[in-house]
Design a protein around this ligand. Structure first.
Ligand SMILES: Nc1ncnc2c1ncn2[C@@H]1O[C@H](COP(=O)(O)OP(=O)(O)OP(=O)(O)O)[C@@H](O)[C@H]1O
Length: 260
């Protein structure tokens, strides 16, 4: 187990002592979580450990009962995903949150549509040409291959949809992208594409938080790994200094790991 070395920069995001209850269930019991700038950090834990709840708490999707979130060293309160967006944080949720009847461009630019300009300024009409051009450029830059950018996403394969959702988050995130199970429904080639995307985003200076059960995926792309167990962080590792066995032991609690 590794603690943070002395030369480590100020965390981009730090969650401290987050608690969240759903009735009798304590989903988070004082969870901590740290993300450094431009790193890929995997958030791992067994089913029900609280990973999705923690992701929601640091993206303004739910309000925690207790605890603080610091962003670039300052305390922040996120009341909605819009608050997170304003900080440069984008999220790819398990359900992808795409609009099935829109094409990839419409989904990429959802809430950020480009309007046609008229004599008196912006008209309330979508500039589809500009939207398609902008999206095609974004997909190209990210290496996401979309055969027909004008086809509705409802007719696309799971992997293509995932590509659209991940690209949307990556295009707009200036500081951090969170991905909850990005490769869950993907084949080997598609999972590799997502890995390539993650590494591209990291190279552009944006941090990536990855929630995944896929150990191979995690060990391919993550710089660090943080483990949640029963709603608390129980260990942190540098990927280069650990093994899958050690990580699995920390997740299951079969060996004692010092708290991070
Ligand atoms: N909206 C909710 N209402 C009630 N209980 C919830 C809700 N969301 C999460 N929980 C409970 O909180 C605990 C943590 O759930 P969470 O989904 O955060 O875990 P997870 O680590 O993401 O699990 P998984 O890997 O299975 O997705 C679980 O016991 C879950 O049943």
């Amino acid at each position: 187990m590794t603690t943070v070395p002395p030369s480590t920069p100020t965390p981009l995001l730090e969650a401290r002592g987050i608690t969240k209850r759903y009735g009798q269930v304590e989903a988070l019991r004082g969870a901590d979580f740290t993300v450094y700038p431009a790193e890929v950090v995997a958030l791992l834990g067994d089913n029900g450990a609280g990973k999705s709840t923690l992701v929601k708490a640091i993206t303004g999707t739910i309000l925690p009962d207790q605890g603080e979130v610091y962003f670039e060293g300052r305390p922040v309160k996120m009341h909605s995903p819009m608050d997170a967006r304003e900080l440069g944080i984008e999220t790819v949720f398990q359900d992808l949150a795409l609009v099935p009847d829109l094409d990839p461009a419409g989904n990429l630019l959802l809430g950020r549509e480009i309007l046609r300009s008229g004599f008196l300024g912006k008209l309330g009409v979508l500039d589809r040409k500009a939207m398609h051009a902008r999206s095609a450029e974004a997909f190209e830059r990210l290496g996401v291959r979309i055969q027909d950018v004008q086809a509705k996403v409802i007719g696309m394969s799971g992997g293509q949809r995932q590509g659209v959702a991940v690209a949307r988050a990556m295009v707009w995130a200036s500081k951090m992208v969170l991905m909850d199970e990005p490769t869950a429904a993907l084949g080997v080639v598609q999972a590799k594409n997502i890995n390539d995307l993650i590494l591209r985003v990291k190279a552009s200076g944006v941090a990536v938080v990855l929630v995944s059960h896929n150990m191979q995926h995690v060990f391919e792309v993550a710089d660090r790994i943080e483990i949640l167990r029963l709603g608390k962080r129980v260990a942190t590792f540098r990927k280069d200094e650990t093994t899958i066995e050690e990580v699995v032991s920390a997740m299951t609690g079969l060996t004692v790991q010092g708290a991070a």
